[in-house]
Design a protein around this ligand. Structure first.
Ligand code: URA
Ligand code: SF4
Length: 192
């Protein structure tokens, strides 16, 4: 099956998904957006207010920061794919519950298996934990302030994947001082 067809199926699946209770309060699911042949996959946490409204990832304030960071290393949204761990917005942007992450995991697994990225950039603690556990790196898991900017290389049947945890761009929306460490992390991502 073509990548496009897989993603059409996934879009349909999340639009009708009731695997956890978040379907009750969401307006639009956010599967993700970008280039299905991207070498770099970004994984965030969950849709926020604006994402839920528009059905697209990182279109609010965190998205503005993300665009700035992508720009700083010469990347455009069309070059990459952006997904989240959860496809529906948690009420008041609360943290995802473990049961929600588990219920939603099949979609992100399928996105990763279809896109086959060479690098996975984990934005924040939830994405880092999900991706590191998926690839058997749970023993190396640390909080994002310790682990950000490190590179982990894993071999899979689809080839080698580099996993790079970064701070979540939203941290720079309430602490402008975080922009510099974020930029540094993004340059590490390009060199990895
Ligand atoms: N924060 C996220 O983690 N994902 C989005 O799509 C928007 C904000
Ligand atoms: Fe389904 Fe995921 Fe939405 Fe829960 S968050 S309803 S599992 S798509």
């Amino acid at each position: 099956m073509s990548k496009d067809k897989v993603f059409v199926g996934l879009q349909h699946a999340v639009a009708n998904c009731r695997r956890c209770d978040l379907w009750k309060t969401r307006n639009n699911p956010v599967l993700g957006e970008g280039n299905l042949n991207a070498k770099i996959l970004f994984v965030g946490e969950a849709p926020g207010f604006n994402e839920d409204k528009q059905g697209k990832p990182f279109v609010g304030k965190a998205g503005e920061i993300l665009d700035q960071l992508l720009n700083s290393v010469g990347l455009k949204r069309q070059d990459i794919y952006i997904a989240n761990v959860l496809k529906c917005r948690p009420p008041q942007n609360r943290n995802p519950f473990p049961a929600e992450v588990k219920a939603c995991s099949l979609y992100l697994h399928s996105q990763i298996e279809t896109i086959k990225p060479q690098k996975i950039c984990c934005l924040g603690n939830f994405a880092t934990s999900f991706i590191m556990k998926k690839f058997g790196l749970q023993d190396k898991l640390e909080g994002i302030s310790k682990i950000h900017g490190k590179t982990f290389t894993v071999s899979t049947l689809a080839g080698t994947i580099k996993i790079i945890p970064l701070y979540h761009p939203a941290v720079a929306t309430y602490d402008a001082g975080m922009l510099e460490p974020l930029k540094k992390d993004f340059s590490i991502l390009m060199e990895a």
